[in-house]
Design a protein around this ligand. Structure first.
Ligand code: PEP
Ligand code: MG
Length: 826
């Protein structure tokens, strides 16, 4: 039971506004050891979802359900603001009760507070008293409240439901309940453990103190009684507006961390521990002084307005994708930007002869430094926000220095809204321990690059991570897909032990990396590498790769001001052929578009970039680029086994056209014919696989795109990311169709999307008849070891069963079952 102790009560405080009051209350809660400082942000976000004014004079700020892991200990604090604080349009709060609970213990307090609320004189006395004991006595829940005898539930239409889990019928779901009932004329009564409440009265519902999962009986009387009960059943089924968190189907077992953790999706395995660092793309340099103050004033205003637009767009973008609560950080940034003092001080400095950029930088830096120096962690956290906002304004005022991303001189876990492929490719892996992004998905290019660099990565964590301060310690668990903030000593030890276990397993797999992947019943699956630059070819061989199944050549075209010429490309392709020393090299022709941009091509902006002029379509639009690339590829083919693969082929006509251009270039350069294949990544190509198979030597299934196009879910969409799983039976059926068509035509099928390197994916794809898996270099030894530990007959049986499944989760548990039976590590 929750008990309010005198040390948790503060009387006679003053706050200018609600945010300040909440921060002050949060500070008391932090000092009491009830919450981590980050919970205060969630309390602020909570107010944006709906204000927590319980009734006249009393507010009950608390965090959002998803922040409950930031609650360290259940407890309540009370801060009295005798002068009142404007809380919502419904009124002021004078008694603010900060609540920290992981589940529904606070319902008793709420039920009791509602009793107090009913007594105006008592609220007035408590809001002005100087006697702590009076507050403690009034708000403490009596120890053993007698349970009234159960009142009989009247006859008539009724419905039994469960109070929403885990937090019970607290203010927000109770409000939803009231709103549903108000749409009808019938009177609805909620019965709970002998008490009754009118479903039209929030206070009365709160007084029930119904805990999560407890049984409620709803009765209705009136001409639309049946209709209201039906609507209520739907509302309860939907959790009364409470987020029902669906665990990621791919999330591995979380290591039972004690520290607060935020969950995202595992994008690249491994565990990293260290300080966090917010990714910053550019070094910003500004002129110190400017002659024309009037112009600088205008520049400042334009930069401020631009930053506000960006923040509003970010807010709207994240709002659609992850909901109001998680998008609220951008609103908070907008508020910081709106600070009239910041603006007037900067304009004042411009009048002394400073440039707009220099003036702005001085003002926001000095404010941020002052905040950072404050003891209260909540205020210190605001410093990071202020710097973030400050840099956003500074960018258009500065001479941007295009440079490698700014990193400190020690290794860090990098945090970012999202990373473009060119950002990720520019990172110095020696200074990055891992990547954590607010957005993105498991098949985004951030994930692909992280896997190839062997960096643990967690994506789609939501914007809350952007509020972390540089230097805060964390554990990034890429296997479980979580970021643990300020881990305990115990957490660090756990993470270190797990890292050591993984290291030993990898060591053992590495020793066997040159052994082919031959299953227990003698079937061979080739394991090749996905690479994106020439130097990786040698690494692929070193890691046990039996060739390169996918060279993403577009990476040679990114991060530069003009396309690489024929000689430069020839040099790169030749270097790969030589490093592979006779092993096959599949060079995929340019796949620009989608999320990969080469600004120098000045391509028109796309409304739907993944459905636009991308891959082979772009090569037809820019045949000059295509021909130059083909010349280089075909010239390199004179030195070793090069295969050409076209991306994004959707129709047989496209293949015919690509082959015709290739053939004409081949004649020009006098090369021998090479094997050509296509990526199978567009559903229409799968449906036309029989026709396509007649004209190619192989198919390579791009499960990253095939999944996004088959399920109609953007592969980078953070809210959809948990469901964009290549093991979805819909995708697997497309794989099966592809294999069938290929077998009929006598050609082979590989797979080079992310699930080829995922243990469950490797088993199912092999079982479906895919004979080459092309994976990130660090995954090669593990995939080979895995396949050596199972029989193809088993893989085929699992694959058959997978095709009959309804969800990716079912498919994953089928494979887990097989691997557990075989005692194979995965
Ligand atoms: C794929 O789509 O699965 C693939 C391998 O190509 P990319 O990820 O480069 O689009
Ligand atoms: Mg693709």
């Amino acid at each position: 039971m929750l008990t309010l102790t005198p040390s948790r009560v503060r009387l006679g405080w003053v706050a200018e506004n609600k945010a300040e009051a909440i921060r002050l209350v949060g500070q008391v809660m932090v000092e009491a050891g009830f919450i981590s400082p980050a919970y205060v942000d969630s309390m602020l976000e909570r107010e944006q979802v709906s204000a927590t004014l319980l009734g006249p004079g009393i507010a009950i700020p608390h965090g959002l359900p998803e922040a409950r892991d930031l609650v360290l200990q259940t407890g309540v604090v009370v801060v009295q603001f005798p002068a009142g604080v404007a809380w919502s349009q419904d009124g002021h709060a004078r008694l603010v009760v900060g609540i920290a609970t992981r589940s529904d213990e606070h319902l008793q307090v709420l039920a009791h507070l509602t009793d107090v609320l009913g007594d105006e004189a008592r609220v007035e006395a408590l809001s002005s008293t100087r006697d702590i004991a009076l507050v403690v006595e009034a708000l403490n829940v009596p120890g053993t409240e007698p349970v009234p005898p159960a009142a009989p539930v009247p006859d008539g239409p009724s419905l039994q439901v469960r109070s929403p889990s885990p937090d019970g019928l607290h203010a927000r779901p109770a409000t939803v309940l009231v709103e549903v009932v108000r749409r009808f004329r019938a009177d609805v009564t909620v019965h709970h453990e002998g008490r009754q409440a009118s479903a039209r009265s929030l206070l009365s519902l709160l007084r029930l103190g119904a805990r999560g999962g407890s049984t409620l009986t709803l009765t209705a009387a009136g001409d639309d009684a049946d209709a209201v009960l039906l609507a209520l059943r739907d509302a309860f089924d939907a959790g009364l507006g409470e987020a029902t968190s669906t665990p990621s189907p791919r999330t591995a077992v979380v290591l039972d961390y004690e520290g607060a953790w935020v969950a995202g999706l595992s994008a690249s395995p491994g565990i990293a521990a260290g300080p966090v660092w917010a990714f910053q793309r550019q070094r910003l340099e500004v002129e110190e002084r400017a002659d024309d103050a009037a112009r600088e004033h205008l520049l400042l205003d334009a930069a401020l307005a631009g930053a506000a637009t960006e923040l509003r767009q970010l807010h709207e973008g994240f709002l659609l994708k992850v909901g109001a609560r998680r998008a609220a950080i951008f609103k908070a940034h907008l508020e910081l930007l709106d600070d009239p003092e910041l603006r007037s001080e900067t304009h004042g400095l411009i009048d002394t002869g400073l440039s707009a950029g220099e003036a702005w930088r001085r003002v926001f830096e000095s404010r941020a430094e002052a905040l950072a120096a404050m003891e209260a962690p909540v205020l210190a956290a605001r410093a990071a926000d202020l710097r973030d906002v400050g840099l956003r304004v500074l960018r258009p005022l500065a001479r941007a220095q295009e440079a490698a991303p700014l990193l400190p001189d020690h290794p860090v876990v990098l945090l970012a809204e999202d990373l473009a492929p060119s950002d990720t490719a520019r990172l110095d892996p020696a200074r990055v321990l891992g990547l954590c992004t607010a957005g993105g998905g498991t098949t985004s290019h951030t994930a692909i690059i992280a896997r190839s660099l062997d960096l643990p990565a967690v994506v789609a964590v939501g914007p809350a991570v952007l509020a972390l301060r540089n230097g805060q310690h964390c554990i990034l668990d890429g296997d479980a897909g979580v970021l643990v903030v300020e881990p305990s000593e115990g957490d660090r030890a756990k993470a270190a032990r797990q890292r050591e276990r993984l290291r030993q397993r990898r060591e053992a797999e590495k020793l066997e990396r040159y052994r082919p992947a031959i299953t227990l019943d003698g079937q061979r699956v080739e394991v090749a590498a996905n690479i994106s630059e020439a130097a990786e070819a040698a690494r692929a061989v070193e890691a046990g790769g039996e060739g390169v199944g996918l060279m993403r050549t577009e990476f040679l075209f990114l991060r530069r001001d003009e396309p690489p010429g024929e000689e430069e490309q020839l040099h790169a392709y030749r270097a790969m052929v030589r490093a592979l020393n006779g092993l096959p090299l599949i060079l995929r022709t340019l796949d620009i578009g989608g999320d990969k941009h080469a600004p120098y091509l000045s391509l028109p902006a796309e409304e739907n970039p993944f459905l636009g002029v991308r891959g082979i379509r772009l090569c037809f639009e820019r045949e000059d680029l295509f021909r130059t690339q083909l010349r280089a590829l075909l010239r390199a083919s004179k030195e070793g086994p090069v295969r050409i693969m076209y991306p994004m082929v959707a129709t047989p006509e496209e293949l015919t056209r690509a082959r015709a251009i290739t053939e004409s270039v081949r004649r020009e350069v006098g090369a021998a014919p090479v094997e050509t294949g296509i990526m199978m990544e567009v559903p229409s190509a799968v449906m036309m696989a029989e026709q396509l198979a007649r004209d190619v030597s192989f198919f390579s299934i791009g499960t990253n795109d095939l999944t996004q196009y088959a399920l109609a879910m953007d592969r980078r969409h953070p809210a959809l990311a948990p469901r964009v799983d290549g093991l979805h039976p819909a995708v697997l059926r497309m794989v099966a169709l592809t294999v069938k068509a290929a077998r009929q035509a006598g050609i082979w099928v590989g797979a080079c999307g992310g699930i080829a390197g995922d243990p469950a994916g490797a088993v199912v794809l092999s079982g479906l008849g895919v004979t080459e898996l092309s994976v990130a270099i660090p995954s090669i030894p593990a995939v080979k070891a895995l396949l050596r530990g199972i029989s193809m007959a088993d893989a085929e049986a699992v694959a058959r069963a997978a095709l009959a499944c309804t969800t990716a989760t079912e498919v994953r548990s089928l494979v887990r079952g097989l691997l557990e039976r075989k005692g194979t590590n995965a």
